[in-house]
Design a protein around this ligand. Structure first.
Ligand SMILES: CC(C)=CCC/C(C)=C/CC/C(C)=C/COP(=O)(O)OP(=O)(O)O
Ligand SMILES: [Zn+2]
Length: 412
């Protein structure tokens, strides 16, 4: 159901109030309001991790997800679990393994692609040989191959289960990380995801479904990893995604005519660095051959300057990452820790994870090298707000991702 004009106006009024009180606050208060409340968020996250069994009763089939949302959020805040909790988490995830490969939503549950992604993401975030050696690549490959639907090119989420674009993303990202992206997993993938791209330009969960930010991120990221991004209408996708950022709020909506929500800071905000990556690759192919960038280069008498200008253009964002950071920091933080969908909503670990992932992506998306520290002009509020960077395709902590890749290459 779409947001009514009344709901939209009410949210805009609430957000405008927040922005007004920020603008009129004195120097000290403004600094406080635009600050990332790190210790409070860490406190909330750590409480969640030590009280996991209580949360499990309501999220019984999403246990690896809770682990991922919490451990990944902590990693972005540059904090590790203490060694005893790391060992408990690794041991717990071993109990979620399906003997036929992959991870279920809890001990004794059948493997599911989404919880497999979440379990692997948790283990990567923890890092180190104890965590990484608990991942059974061969068994996971068997599971991924069993989930592949060769006739459509898509993936089922579990044995006999539904097929949607989340399946493509979770299967391909796990295979990409573990260095097991074999050709049968890639067959007709582009065709399947393209069949889910709608007349609006975004991607829906399955053919015929409405374009949605979550599936758009999943479809685009999966096809970039599979090197099949040419199957999509990229200008249409960019056009759809760019118009999902609220002009007043700065946050993103997930679908046309819906209200903005903090979690889309990652699902929609994360689409832009991916598109930037595709454009950068195209430009580098074209500048090394003949093609479009030459027009710009020839405009300048000094060819060197022209080339530099063309390169600089690659880093102009298609969205407004500063306004997005403003929405997350001013409208989505809860004073005693945790992040939310929008003012008035309650905190939860899913929104905490994706607000922080969106914040990190918005801070780092203008840097050429995601490992570099961005200049202060790219960071809304004090520079101490800067989070660690996350891998734009997998949303795993960048440094731990690199360590995991080294580990799996050495095992291949
Ligand atoms: C890796 C992985 C499994 C990714 C999943 C990505 C994905 C599909 C995220 C969106 C999930 C979600 C809570 C949608 C809300 O729809 P709604 O109809 O309640 O909200 P709306 O009104 O904002 O559209
Ligand atoms: Zn949400």
């Amino acid at each position: 159901m779409s947001a009514t004009t009344r709901e939209q106006k009410a949210l805009e009024a609430k957000v405008s109030d927040v922005f007004r009180s920020f603008a009129s606050a004195g120097y000290r208060n403004r600094a406080f309001l635009s600050e990332l409340w790190r210790e409070e968020h860490l406190d909330y996250l750590l409480k969640g991790m030590t009280r996991l069994p209580a949360s499990f009763t309501v999220l019984d089939s999403s246990r690896p997800w809770l682990c991922y949302w919490i451990v990944h959020s902590m990693a972005l805040l540059d904090r590790q679990l203490d060694p005893a909790l790391q060992t408990d988490t690794i041991e717990f995830l071993k109990h979620c393994k399906d003997p036929l490969g992959g991870y279920g939503g809890g001990p004794g549950q059948i493997a599911h692609l989404a919880t497999t992604y979440a379990a692997v993401g948790t283990l990567v975030s923890i890092g180190g040989a104890q965590a990484l050696s608990s991942i059974d690549r061969e068994k996971i490959l068997e599971f991924l191959l069993r989930m592949k639907d060769p006739s459509s090119g898509g993936f089922r989420l579990h044995d006999g289960g539904e097929m949607d674009v989340r399946g493509c993303y979770t299967a391909i990202s796990v295979a990409y990380l573990l260095n097991i992206l074999v050709p049968p997993l890639l067959e007709k993938l582009g065709e399947y995801v393209a069949s889910c791209q709608t007349y609006e330009g975004g991607i829906g969960g399955e053919p015929g479904a409405e374009a949605h930010g979550g599936y758009t991120y999943c479809g685009l990221a999966a096809l970039i990893m599979a090197d099949q991004v040419d199957s999509l209408d990229l200008p249409g996708l960019l056009n759809w995604a760019a118009f999902r950022q609220g002009k007043v709020e700065g946050g993103f909506q997930g679908r046309t005519n819906k209200l903005v929500d903090g979690c889309y800071s990652f699902w929609q905000g994360g689409v832009f660095p991916l598109l930037q990556q595709v454009v950068t690759k195209l430009i580098s192919q074209q500048t090394s051959g003949s093609s479009i960038m030459h027009e710009e280069i020839e405009d300048d008498s000094d060819t060197e300057i022209g080339v530099r200008k063309a390169r600089n253009q690659q880093h102009r964002p298609f969205h407004n990452p500063t306004a997005l950071q403003g929405y997350i920091l001013l409208c989505c933080q809860v004073l005693n820790g945790g992040l939310i969908d929008k003012p008035g909503k309650s905190k939860d670990y899913y929104h905490t994870c994706y607000c922080l992932s969106g914040l990190s992506t918005a801070q780092h998306c203008l840097s050429t090298n995601p490992e570099d520290h961005p200049p202060s002009s790219h960071v809304f509020g004090p520079y101490s707000n800067l989070l660690d960077s996350t891998h734009p395709l997998l949303n795993f902590h960048m440094k731990r991702y690199m360590e995991a890749v080294d580990y799996f290459v050495s095992k291949a």
